[in-house]
Ligand binder design. Sequence first.
Ligand SMILES: [Zn+2]
Length: 311
Amino acid sequence: MKPGFYAVIGNSDYIRLNESKIPIWELLDEQPTGWLRSLASRPTVMPDRQPMIWDCGAFGYRNLDIPQIRGRFVTAHFCIYQYARLSKPGDAIVAPDHLLTGNRIDERRKFNGQQVIEFIKLAALKLPDRIPMAVVHGLTLAERIQRAIELYEIGYRAVGIGGLVAGARNFHSSRIAIAATIEAIRQFDTNVHFHVFGLCSPRYARAFNQLKVSFDGSTYAKEAFIARNFLMNQGGKLVRYPAAKTDTKAIAPRCCCRACKILRQYQIDPRYYGSRQHDIGRLAHNLNQLLLAHNHATNTLATCQLFQLQC
Ligand SMILES: [Zn+2]
């Protein structure tokens, strides 16, 4: 698996322009390393050749005692069946897991422990050309490290680090917890791949680039749809501008990313809200700006690329 950013594909991944469906990846100036899709979402289009991580979307059922997606129990069998249907050789597939929240933590730990054993056996049998991944959860750093070692001993060579989204604002303590978990394994095997779930701000991208891990996130989509913010990269940081109503003037600067340029030809300006096309356009624009900010933060942006994106 390649280190780098995996963008999340949700249910809003194409825009209808005239009569054609344009997937969001066709509106990007550059592609992310890959894409992550949860079994809880049901996109209608999928990138067919890009690296994928498939997971069960534990955040979506975090409040249920027993994990379920659309009325079906989430088990190793259920996930393998779905991944066999949806994934392609070389993709990473994630064992079912449950976040350690609520008041039945021990039951959740037990669930996680049983599923990772069942899942790796089934993956070897039914999907030997996929990469099985299991997710480390723990309430303390010591528990996380112990869990990572157990997953390694069970046979996993791709390990996810989860449950950190709630504490995302504590950048330094999160970074230390992630680095310590990785180091606990890499001190005896440098070939294990790590993936951090749900953290993708530019400063995390810089830390993850140094740690050579993959990571994912969907904040650009939440910013577009829920907070209705138009993001702009400024030297590796994202500045938020609230989207404007169509009868007012936008305060966000004019943008020349591929999404904004294409949509302008159809009289759609993602700095405004008012239609689904505006919202999806803003999602693609925000992802362009996030990828640009990642490049700035990790110093991998060529100067010529920077000029191309200026109006
Ligand atoms: Zn733009």
